[in-house]
Write a new protein. Structure first.
Length: 125
């Protein structure tokens, strides 16, 4: 991939974060306007029953995983760019890139497992 490819993904990830985080914020903080979407059990969107209901939804699980992937890519690519502004040697750049990819993948796996595991919380209670 040429050098503009990662930058395009960086901008695309920013758009995904903007849209999905905006959707998340609307559902959580505008529960009085959205009604049944945010609060299917009634009351506040942050009530335990509503949190459990959303955690059982495949839509929310998938959107959280997509948001996680986009936020990690956008954040780590931005961090990599900042580090490279200091002008490290080429070998060091490769080490930083590999390190950030490994940390990002590990965090993505942990977050994805958590997003999927929370679907079973209701049965554990």
């Amino acid at each position: 991939m040429n050098k503009s490819g990662p930058w395009i993904f960086f901008i695309g990830a920013a758009v995904v974060v903007f849209v999905f985080l905006g959707l998340h914020m609307m559902i959580i903080h505008l529960d009085t306007l959205l009604g049944g979407i945010a609060s299917p059990a009634g009351g506040s969107a942050l009530a335990w029953e509503n949190v459990l209901h959303r955690s059982q939804s495949s839509f929310f699980t998938v959107t959280y995983i997509i948001l996680l992937a986009a936020a990690l890519y956008h954040g780590f690519y931005g961090l990599r760019t900042i580090i490279f502004e200091f002008g490290p040697r080429k070998k060091t750049e490769g080490i930083w890139t590999t390190f950030l990819w490994i940390v990002g993948i590990v965090l993505f796996i942990v977050g994805t497992v958590a997003a999927i595991a929370v679907r079973t919380v209701e049965t554990a209670l």
